[in-house]
Design a protein around this ligand. Structure first.
Ligand code: R5P
Length: 298
């Protein structure tokens, strides 16, 4: 019989514990020792046939190195299959060289992960100019799960329904916004984003969504500098929305940005557990466990 075990690093402990209880086993911690010169020594606590490694890839640079070293340790120990669960997958936005001399980070990072793992499982990967996760990881198995159902379930519990206008800040967000609106039986609209700098963002919204007096759920896959969501929240406040909630899959922002969003008019910010964050309210353990069960049966 094949042995399967779940692993994580210190930063992923909470999400891995939830995933472990959905799958029926404990998550074991991979130890990372940092030498005074900044190099890392990685030790895996055991080696099964299949190792599932849970690792949210926010602030990714050191985490990518730790993953690469952990994969090496598992392979050396005899693991036959390595599955990476990265509910937030980093570097997906740089999917082309926008200016001469730039790296295409999406491809460079996917090459690194493909060399280490046999399967990658992620959620709401930021796919814009590529249409599927299979194109990002052509040589290995890859699953891109959608958080819309989990977000819709939570938003419905908080009172959102057919009166709500689900609003996305730009054309790219229509993929998340339309599905979420569908789940809620609500209307949706997306704006057109003009970005002048990291925090300098202007969004034009169509006139037709009937915002005044209605609840609005502003949705995006990523909130990072907060420029995009701040601009959307301010526009909805100006148009007289009855209430404004923000739902985001990947919360990459700090406390100061959170305060600005609330000050601009949002009454709450809800995020999924893809990135450990103070706004986490929507667990992804259920949808991740569903696609990982086949690892237990193989
Ligand atoms: C961009 O295409 C994404 O979907 C997000 O809208 C963007 O990453 C948000 O970034 P920020 O919070 O820095 O405006």
């Amino acid at each position: 019989m094949t042995s399967v075990a779940l692993y994580t690093f210190a930063h992923g402990a909470a999400g891995a514990a939830e995933l472990g209880s959905a799958l029926g086993f404990d998550a074991r911690q991979i130890d990372v020792h940092t030498f005074p010169d900044g190099e890392s020594l990685v030790r895996v606590p055991s080696v099964p046939d299949t190792a599932i490694v849970y690792c949210p890839l926010d602030r990714p640079n050191e985490k990518l190195i730790a993953l690469m070293l952990a994969a090496d340790a598992f392979r050396r120990g005899g693991a036959r299959r390595l599955v990476l669960v990265a509910p937030y997958l980093c570097y997906m936005r740089q999917d082309k060289a926008f200016h001469a001399g730039e790296a295409v980070s999406q491809q460079a990072v996917s090459r690194l992960l493909s060399a280490c793992f046999d399967r990658v499982v992620t959620v709401d990967a930021h796919l814009h100019r590529v249409s599927s996760i299979g194109e990002v990881f052509p040589g290995i198995e890859a699953d891109n799960l959608l958080a819309a159902k989990a977000i819709a379930h939570f938003a419905a519990e908080k009172g959102h329904g057919k009166q709500t206008i689900v609003l996305g800040p730009d054309e790219e967000s229509v993929q998340w916004v339309a599905q979420l609106a569908d789940e809620l039986g609500a209307r949706h609209a997306v704006g057109r984003k003009i970005r002048r700098g990291d925090q300098d963002v202007e969004i034009e919204f169509p006139d037709d969504p009937d915002v005044a007096g209605n609840p609005v759920l502003v949705v995006d896959d990523i909130v990072s500098s907060g420029g995009t969501i701040l601009s959307a929240v301010s526009a909805m406040k100006e148009r007289g929305a009855a209430t404004i909630h923000v739902a985001v899959t990947h919360a990459l922002f700090g406390k100061a940005v959170e305060e600005k969003i609330l000050f601009a008019g949002a009454s709450a910010i809800w995020s999924t557990t893809s990135v450990p964050h103070q706004t986490n309210t929507i667990s992804l353990a259920g949808i991740l466990a569903e696609v990982l069960r086949r690892e237990l049966n193989e």
